[in-house]
Structures are given as structure tokens and as C-alpha cells.
Design a binder for this molecule. Structure first.
Ligand code: SF4
Ligand code: SF4
Length: 333
């Protein structure tokens, strides 16, 4: 019956429409393939868990970060958080426009924004990392946009990891894209993300997401609850008042206002990654890594040695589908 309302739409039509809305990267994943391959089988966030009817395709949209803001090299730069938040706003608006365009042609759609966390998954622990209702980075890999890197960030050939993502679910019957087989990441022989990470939270094809959160969301819910708890516990009323008027409270207020510093924050690992056609336009600002040290370098050397001996970590085994086949092992030559 609903077919009466449906106009023919191709994958090229969807991509052209997204491009006309200012989207830089578009890929289309097969929802059924994603249903069959949840990134975390213990907590399978699948398209079919979101919609019974409108999840046959996952249209993944990517907007590049501004080059100028990437060239601000401090990780804790509010101006940078704000620029990134504006990118997210634009991406979310374009996602809505795309849904309305699909619905005008007879195909209902749903947005998976990069900022929405299912409140039912919150377990009363402000420091526990919570993700989007569908992993957008894994969806992007399934949609052929790139592969995951050493710290499981999405790498794309065009912009490396310097993209923000959203997705649109719809059962529009268009041809899906296919996943890349080979990884784009240069692995521990590069390791620039690990060298630059201010929280030192990057492992061997892995990341400590909880520790990363303190940097990725520096004025987020965790920081807010800790600040309020400190104020409640402070017995001296004058000090309590100072805390109320402190720069920390001001940053929290500004972050609540726009989300800058909550849904945006550290992206040092993205900035320094040499993958992406855009890197040549950034390199003079990000080539040097002030956070690098010998201890980090020796950890990378141990990873290279382990891979050379054929020992890949369990994190690679679990995420290999999205990381892709590794490039030439660093010590094979
Ligand atoms: S976002 Fe920041 S803290 Fe998290 S892995 Fe990247 S560089 Fe490290
Ligand atoms: S910085 Fe190097 S190791 Fe890290 S994700 Fe990019 S290519 Fe991979």
C-alpha cells in the first residue's frame, strides 16, 4: 500500500542530495549486514533495535572539520570546541533535510545524531562512557567510508579522522556500498595518535574510552557532577561561593549553553594523523608533537615487535572487521 507514495530513488540520487546540503562524505550501509555484525555482541546496538520498518539502509553522512581549527594545536582550546560544535549543528540540520527529502519521496527516515545517548543506558555512573544509539564509526566502515585506526578512530582517504558523522536510517531500496578490506592506518610504525594523546589512553588497536572521555568531553556530565559534589562537600561558605563563581563553573555553564566542551573536546589524535588528502594543508602546524616522549616511543616499539612476531592483541581480533587487513608488517622488510 505504501508503495503508492513511493517515487524511484537511486543511491546516486541520495548522495547528490546529501552533497547539495553541504555534506562532504556519504556512504550507504546495508542495515541487515550491520544487524549481523554488531561491534559489541554483549551490547549489540543494531539498526533493527531502532526501527522494525525503516532500518534497511544506514546512510552515513560525514562533515569535515575546519582546517583552521585543526591548526589550533592545544587540545583544550574552547574556540576549537566551538568550531566543532558548529560543524555538528550543520551536520544535524543537513541530516534532517535529507530525511524530509526522503519522506517527500515516500521513504520514512530517522536521524542518528552524533550527540544522542539513550538515557536508559545510563547506570548512575557519570564516568562510564556512553555512546550513540548506533556506533557511527562502525556504520561508516560498513558504508565504505574508511577503516578504524590504532585507537579505533575512523580514518577516511579524504580527511583522515578529521570528520564528524551522523546517519539516517531508511528502508529506501538503494544499492548499499561495500566495506574496504585493507586498513588505511599505518599502525604502530606511525603511532602519531598515541604520541600526541594528552591522556595517554591509546593502546594497541585499542583505547581506554573511559579515560579518553575526560578529554573528549572535558566539561561534560562527569565534570559537572564532580564539580557540584565538591561544592556540596565544601564546608566553608565563602569557598563554596568562590567555587560557584570559578572559571570551572563558567566553562561548565558555557558548555551547557551550546554543547561545546560536552559533545566536542579533545581531538588531538585526529589532528596529527597523517592519513587523508587534507593532511598536506595542515602539516606545518601539526607535524611536531610536543606530547611525544621516550616512554611512549618504547611502547610503540614493543607493539611493532609483537606484530612482527605475529602476535596481534585481542582488541584487534575483536575489531579486525572494521580495522581491516593490516598493511605490510613494519619489521618484515
Ligand atoms: S580524544 Fe584525546 S584523549 Fe582521547 S584518544 Fe584522542 S587524543 Fe587521546
Ligand atoms: S596517527 Fe598513525 S597510527 Fe594513529 S590512526 Fe593515524 S595512521 Fe594510524
Amino acid at each position: 500500500m505504501v508503495q503508492v507514495f513511493q517515487a524511484p530513488v537511486s543511491a546516486d540520487d541520495v548522495k547528490a542530495k546529501a552533497a547539495s546540503l553541504g555534506i562532504d562524505l556519504v556512504g550507504i550501509a546495508d542495515g541487515k549486514v550491520m544487524d549481523a555484525h554488531p561491534p559489541d555482541p554483549a551490547n549489540p546496538l543494531r539498526p533493527c533495535d531502532i526501527s522494525d520498518y525503516d532500518a534497511d539502509r544506514v546512510i552515513v553522512l560525514g562533515k569535515r572539520h575546519n582546517i583552521g581549527s585543526t591548526r589550533l594545536t592545544r587540545w583544550d582550546e574552547r574556540h576549537k570546541y566551538y568550531n566543532d560544535e558548529l560543524n555538528i549543528t550543520m551536520l544535524e540540520e543537513a541530516s534532517l533535510e535529507l530525511v524530509l527529502w526522503l519522506e517527500d519521496r515516500g521513504y520514512p527516515g530517522l536521524i542518528i545524531p552524533p550527540t544522542h545517548v539513550d538515557p536508559w543506558t545510563y547506570q548512575g555512573e557519570p564516568d562510564a562512557p556512553l555512546g550513540t544509539i548506533l556506533s557511527l564509526t562502525h556504520a561508516a566502515v560498513e558504508a565504505g567510508l574508511g577503516t578504524l585506526g590504532l585507537n579505533q578512530q575512523l580514518l577516511t582517504p579524504e580527511f583522515g579522522p578529521r570528520v564528524v558523522l551522523s546517519a539516517v536510517l531508511s528502508s529506501v531500496p538503494v544499492e548499499p556500498d561495500t566495506k574496504r578490506d585493507e586498513t588505511l592506518c599505518l599502525g604502530p610504525a606511525c603511532g602519531r595518535c598515541l604520541l600526541a594523546c594528552p591522556g595517554d589512553v591509546i593502546g594497541h588497536w585499542d583505547r581506554d574510552w573511559q579515560a579518553c572521555n575526560r578529554h573528549r568531553s572535558p566539561h561534560g556530565f562527569q565534570a559537572l557532577t564532580e564539580h557540584v559534589e565538591r561544592m556540596i562537600d565544601e564546608p566553608d561558605n565563602e569557598k563554596k561561593k568562590e567555587m560557584l563563581r570559578s572559571p570551572e563553573q563558567f566553562s561548565l555553564w558555557q558548555s551547557i549553553l551550546r554543547g561545546a566542551g560536552v559533545v566536542t573536546g579533545c581531538r588531538r589524535c585526529q589532528d596529527v594523523c597523517p592519513i587523508g588528502e587534507d593532511y598536506a594543508r595542515l602539516a606545518d602546524a601539526v607535524d611536531d608533537i610536543a606530547e611525544a616522549n621516550d616512554e611512549k616511543r618504547s611502547r610503540l616499539a614493543a607493539m611493532i615487535e609483537a606484530e612482527g612476531a605475529g602476535a596481534l592483541p585481542a582488541s584487534y581480533d575483536a575489531a579486525g572487521r572494521w580495522i581491516g587487513a593490516l598493511q605490510v608488517q613494519p619489521n618484515e622488510d
